[in-house]
Design a protein around this ligand. Sequence first.
Ligand code: ADP
Ligand code: ADP
Length: 228
Amino acid sequence: MIQMKQVYKKYSNGVMAANGLNVTINPGEFVYVVGPSGAGKTTFIKMMYREEKPTKGSILVNNVDVGPLKRKRVPFLRRNIGVVFQDFKLLNRLTVFENVAFALEVIEEPPKIIKDRVMEVLDLVGLKHKARMMPDELSGGEQQRISIARSIANRPKIVIADEPTGNLDPETSWEIMNLFEEINSRGTTIVMATHNREIVNTIRHRVIAIENGLIVRDEQRGEYGYEG
Ligand code: ADP
Ligand code: ADP
């Protein structure tokens, strides 16, 4: 599903954010990515959805090496990968419906399929009744639900989330986690960078810890492992 071999990333300013990453993530897994700020977590996951290119090494995602992928092929990669961000990244001039439909329009799905699919995923996240609203009329937790709906609208095999609960209060964070659990239980692979110690130590999954661009720990049903 996702396989990295000897992956290095050097940014243009000389910073080495990946220093020989080797990892295999299998279909259906739920993986937390933890580690101190600046450790290389975001770089690790950005390379999976080809937001950053590795300097060296190979990254197979669904058997496609995403490193050398041409820019115009990236939308087809994204069809198989949903992405959820800490700050939601919704388009504020579009309605909730349009935000979710956007990902499907990009890959030119027929309008009827788009409508059905959007309402289906909005229903799954419990916000079908807010389809006509604008993002800024919603709470943070609701906005994150919309961004999760958007991430799964293409029925991707993989959902990648970068600190999805980072801007949310604890109660809302648990609700968002329950949604990821539900999506994972339907067979979708989840890779989630997080600083949420309580969540990682309660809803147990594989934990990959990154420090200085290297995987320093990789445990099934692991713990968060850092203080604070
Ligand atoms: P984390 O997500 O664990 O905080 P990042 O992957 O964001 O770590 O960053 C790893 C290192 O790479 C840090 O030193 C950071 O400053 C640096 N870095 C991240 N993005 C860039 C960039 N676009 N250009 C230069 N350096 C970057
Ligand atoms: P409710 O649906 O009743 O509002 P919440 O989702 O807000 O419940 O969670 C209430 C508390 O239950 C949280 O503070 C958290 O400690 C715990 N909790 C919620 N979901 C989980 C979960 N999946 N695993 C463990 N504890 C959970």
